[in-house]
Design a protein around this ligand. Structure first.
Ligand code: CTP
Ligand code: MG
Length: 579
């Protein structure tokens, strides 16, 4: 909740005006019963002549109308100030939370799960907004109605105090009892909502796979379970709340009857007039209504507290991968060194995925990384742009530990073509310009040419202005890979990493790509992961990875002489291709 107050601070003027306007509305509400009592006593039941009585009714009635218009204006102003405060606060909070999410490292987003982050950014912040808008108005309203109502009631007749003395404790006891049971459920509701969002998110993004495996029924079932779970918890909350108001209504009606009873006796004894009894009925209703409001507010407070805790969890997370100290270190050459690097994923039972890796890639060299699936190739290259940090040893670029660079400077010089090509909806050139928004057209074309993408792009009806649908669904696998390569080249990196990014290209296109890279990116260090020997034969050096360690390192010719593992892979692949 501390954070909510911090976000409220910039809008303190609105936050103050809101309850002030509300005071006006409630004050008018408190005056009304008194005027009504006057109309009854001096107008309707007045002792003067008929037309004088009528004139009194009209005059006082006009006053009542005027007061209620003033009250109405106060109410509108209060609602407006409250809404503005809540919307602005929510907007700031959402912006900061989104910012935080963008800077979390992979392992942290993995921990929160995408679905939960979505709920926190949307639904949880909305809960907080609703709470702020309501509490700014209701705390004042309820308090004034409660205290003012009691004061007015006692001023009419102290005997009414007896009714308050009985009904208030009963109402408060009911509210406390029910809210204590409901409060813990609000957090659970949000967690269940996370689950629903996770399933939706996974299935919407993975719609193609779901269809390909005809898993619709299974996934609908999975969604059903999460959804029903959410409903059940919500119903448990709502059941509790549903019994709250009717019970409070019974107490309220009983109190009204008691007031009429006591009032009647007082009128009989000529200690009170009828109008005042009517006013007393209105006051007791206002007082007990305000207790009902407290019940509602409890609900909102517990909801908002649960949500605030969840949003604060995100806001308070410190990105584990943060900028290093040497702000002025720049990558100028692109020499990559792994020194005794070991690495394990946090959730992998601490089992090392990479063990004591030593490897150097000189500027301008093309180093290939070869190895069976799951041996740790992607994990190895992920350490260079610090997608993850190594657990032991150090990764150096130009002799400086990657952890010491500013993240933006580091990632700005390392181009990565991921194993899975991710494109975005937009035109071809917009997608390539992800590498550098400001690049002129000829540079974009040049990058596409090197990536062997220019020819197929020219073949599209609208060339570089062709729209690509979401996630690049309108392109073939090999086209997507080449677009991703063009995007990375446009960035003019010093180090270029290909993570199995040519797997969908035929051998001749791949050979042309290699030749173009050699010719155009002479001083760029290229690290190329591949499964096919044919893809790595032309590299300056080849590192063969087996089970998280480098088991052989050298040129193709050297490895053919010295490494059994390499020779095995070579012959098995040559056999497959029928050579
Ligand atoms: N792994 C993990 N957590 C991740 C990613 C990977 O625990 N977030 C594990 C995998 O289960 C695998 C090992 O790390 O056993 C190495 O994974 P990776 O480096 O991705 O293997 P690659 O060699 O890149 O495999 P592939 O050729 O299939 O891409
Ligand atoms: Mg991989």
């Amino acid at each position: 909740m501390k954070k909510v107050i911090k976000y409220l601070r910039p809008y303190w003027v609105f936050a103050l005006l809101c309850p002030l306007a509300m005071i006006l509305e409630v004050a008018m509400d408190l005056v009304q019963p008194q005027l009504m009592s006057d109309i009854i006593n001096n107008g309707i039941l007045g002792s003067g002549p008929m037309d004088e009585n009528l004139a009194y009714v009209v005059k006082t009635g006009l006053f009542m109308l005027m007061y209620s218009l003033i009250g109405c204006a106060g109410g509108i102003a209060s609602a407006a100030f409250g809404t503005v405060t809540a919307q602005k606060l929510g907007n700031d909070m959402r912006k900061d939370t989104f910012n935080k999410v963008m800077h979390l490292s992979f392992q942290q987003t993995d921990k929160f799960t995408t679905g939960s982050l979505v709920t926190r950014l949307t639904n949880d912040i909305t809960q907080i907004q609703q709470f702020v808008a309501m509490s700014l108005r209701m705390f004042v309203r309820t308090g004034m109605q409660f205290i003012g109502g009691i004061a007015c009631l006692l001023m009419l007749n102290v005997n009414f105090g007896l009714v308050i003395a009985v009904s208030l404790p009963v109402q408060l006891a009911v509210v406390t009892l029910i809210m204590r049971r409901a409060a813990p459920l609000f957090g659970i509701v949000q967690d269940k909502l996370d689950k629903v969002n996770s399933v939706v998110q996974e299935n919407v993004t993975g719609a193609r796979v779901v269809k390909a495996f005809t898993r619709e029924e299974y996934e609908i079932d999975r969604f059903d379970r999460a959804n029903t779970d959410l409903m059940t918890t919500n119903l448990r909350v709502q059941r509790l709340i549903a019994i709250l108001n009717p019970i409070l209504m019974v107490v309220m009606n009983a109190s009204v009857i008691a007031i009429i009873l006591i009032g009647g006796l007082q009128v009989e004894a000529r200690a009170m007039d009828v109008g005042s009894v009517m006013a007393a009925v209105t006051y007791i209703t206002q007082i007990l209504m305000s207790v009902m409001m407290v019940g509602m507010m409890f609900q909102q407070v517990s909801r908002a507290m649960a949500s605030a805790k969840r949003v604060e969890e995100v806001l308070d997370t410190q990105p584990v991968i943060a900028d290093g100290d040497s702000a002025d270190s720049e990558i100028t050459e692109g020499r990559v060194e792994f020194k005794n690097v070991s690495f394990s994923y946090p959730g992998f039972g601490g089992k090392p995925v990479l063990k004591s890796i030593n490897l150097t890639a000189e500027p301008g060299q093309m180093i290939a990384v070869l190895g069976s699936t799951g041996c740790g190739k992607t994990s190895l290259v992920n350490l260079i742009p610090r997608f993850y940090d190594c657990t032991e040893g150090e990764v150096l670029i130009d002799g400086v530990n990657v952890k010491d660079y500013e993240i933006d400077k580091l990632r700005g010089k390392v181009g990565v073509v991921l194993q899975k090509s991710e494109l975005f909806s937009g035109t071809v050139s917009e997608n390539i310009r992800w590498g550098d928004d400001g690049a002129p057209d000829d540079e974009v074309h040049r990058a596409a040419e090197i990536a062997q993408a220019d020819s197929f792009i020219q073949g599209f009806n609208e060339g570089y202005d062709t729209m690509i649908s979401e996630k690049g669904a309108s392109l073939s696998g090999g086209q997507k890979q080449r677009m991703s390569i063009a995007r990375a080249i446009l960035k003019k990196p010093k180090i270029l990493i290909f993570d199995d990014s040519t797997s969908a290209l035929d051998l001749s296109t791949e050979a042309k790509l290699h030749a173009a890279l050699r010719e155009n990116l002479k001083d760029v260090t290229v690290i190329m992961i591949a499964q096919r020997i044919a893809s790595v034969m032309r590299a300056d050096k080849i590192a063969v990875i087996d089970n998280g360690t480098i088991c052989a390192f050298g040129t193709h010719a050297e490895l053919m002489e010295t490494s059994d593992v390499y020779r095995d892979i070579y012959y098995s692949q040559m056999k497959e291709e029928g050579v």
